[in-house]
Design a protein around this ligand. Structure first.
Ligand code: NAG
Ligand code: NAG
Ligand code: NAG
Ligand code: NAG
Ligand code: NAG
Length: 395
């Protein structure tokens, strides 16, 4: 086949197979990934993209075995970063994305409001890495193994001589960019709306929670616990409680390490009590289902937290993260030009990307010493049907 025809087909497919965020799009995604990687068909296992008509005119192309590889895409480096939040000049603030009542201070990152009084009630916030992180490669099926460590504390606050702690914080993976769900204070932990406790569509998450408030639906009444959550803060897939009457808020500085091994699909979270060596480390673990059913291929990673009528501070001192999977290479400009159309179709209804507004507003507020919006909030969530794109595209 003449070279220019190949090129034409390639770009035809390129335009038709725009990036889609639903996980199960089969072979069409291989084209999308090829397109986004900026590589030629040959760079991914000798496949080439052939545009096909589909149930929708704008349907995706698909791939089939093509000629032998012409050249191989340059190897990208896996994601790895490390932040010392106790020294603001040691990292670039643009790498950190605060939302809601979170704030980046000079020597600590607050996941929720940072005031030591009742203004710390009813706060929800997130602090995430301001770049996408690949969770799996849709073209090859390769899933990332990752490891993360963070030093933090959950600080008890006294109000009218009363210490009533709540609600907790979490390390999470969600779709990118992170978008704090509305009304996710209280038991929502900054992960989910406090009434549903559940994330759908772009609001899905994988989280390791450090829960300080024992809600009616939690079996470990009377004790703080660490748990693994898959898109629900109501039903953790595993939990481990602090021994005795242990309290995160009385444990001082802690270091958590979370590892995900994609060869076993085991997610293991360990918590070390830095200020109390007599306490054995806490561990909770779970085997995850197929990551493709959990999240999009590109995710955001970070921390979320919330307070309700009870309150506490959630403070991160340092954070490191590394993954075995490299980020696909950036799309070339044509993709950027066409992409918004399709994304708005796929994500219609997902209307709560409030990141910019929250992030900026709040950091400014915190710097001015004023924190925390009221926790009555009007907007209701309209969840996008999770499999909309599948229905539309007939996959
Ligand atoms: C903070 O980080 C900067 C830049 O890495 C470094 O020059 C400085 O010595 C650090 N300050 C402290 C107190 O460690
Ligand atoms: C996050 O990155 C975007 C560009 O991707 C940038 O516009 C934004 O300012 C960054 N956020 C922060 C808090 O720096
Ligand atoms: C808190 O306790 C102190 C000492 O017991 C007492 O003087 C103070 O009045 C109490 N404050 C409130 C708001 O109850
Ligand atoms: C906790 O860690 C922070 C940051 O490293 C440090 O400033 C603080 O002194 C530590 N607190 C205790 C009780 O060790
Ligand atoms: C929960 O986590 C603990 C600690 O890692 C582990 O021993 C236990 O088998 C896990 N339970 C389930 C149901 O996975």
């Amino acid at each position: 086949m003449p070279q220019f025809l190949l090129v034409l087909l390639y770009f035809g497919c390129f335009i038709l197979s725009l990036p889609l965020d639903a996980p199960q799009q089969g072979r069409a995604d291989r084209c999308a990934t090829l397109a986004r990687s900026g590589g030629f068909p040959g760079s991914f296992g000798a496949e080439q993209c052939i545009p096909l008509s589909s149930p929708l005119d704008s349907g995706p192309g698909f791939c089939r075995p093509g000629p032998a590889p012409q050249h191989v895409a340059a190897a990208a480096t896996p994601i790895s970063f490390s932040f010392d939040f106790t020294n603001k000049s040691s990292y670039n603030g643009h790498d950190i994305h605060p939302e809601g009542s979170a704030g980046v201070g000079p020597d600590v990152v607050d996941v929720t409001c940072n005031s030591q009084d009742r203004r710390s009630r009813g706060c929800a916030g997130r602090v995430s890495y301001n770049h996408s992180v690949p969770f799996y490669n849709k073209a090859t099926g390769e899933v990332a193994s990752f490891t993360t460590q963070f030093a933090f504390r959950i600080m008890m606050l006294e109000l009218d001589n009363n210490t009533q702690q709540g609600d907790g914080m979490a390390f999470f993976l969600s779709s990118y960019p992170s978008a704090l769900p509305p009304d996710s204070d209280g038991l929502g932990l900054g992960l989910a709306h406090r009434e549903s406790g559940t994330g759908y569509g772009v609001d899905r998450f994988i989280a390791v929670e450090f829960d300080t408030f024992n809600n009616f639906f939690e079996p470990q009444v009377g004790s703080d616990h660490m748990g693994i959550d898959l898109s629900s803060v109501l039903h953790s897939v595993n939990t481990t409680r602090l021994p005795g009457n242990g309290r995160f808020t009385r444990s001082g500085n802690m270091t958590a390490s979370i590892n995900f091994d994609s060869s076993t699909m085991m997610l293991v979270a360990r918590l070390h009590f830095d200020d109390d060596p007599s306490l054995p480390p806490l561990e909770t673990s779970a085997r995850l289902p197929d990551p493709l059913t959990l999240l999009p291929s590109e995710v955001s990673v970070g921390f979320s937290g919330a307070t309700g009528l009870n309150m506490e501070l959630h403070q991160i001192f340092s954070w490191s993260f590394s993954s075995t999977l490299a980020r696909p290479r950036k799309p070339v400009s044509i993709a950027a030009a066409v992409r918004p159309t399709r994304s708005s179709v796929v994500r219609s209804g997902g209307s709560h990307d409030q990141s910019a507004q929250h992030g900026d507003g709040t950091s400014a507020a915190i710097e001015a010493g004023v924190t925390c919006q009221s926790f009555t909030s009007a907007s209701a969530t309209s969840e996008p049907p999770p499999l909309l794109s599948q229905i539309l595209l007939g996959f």
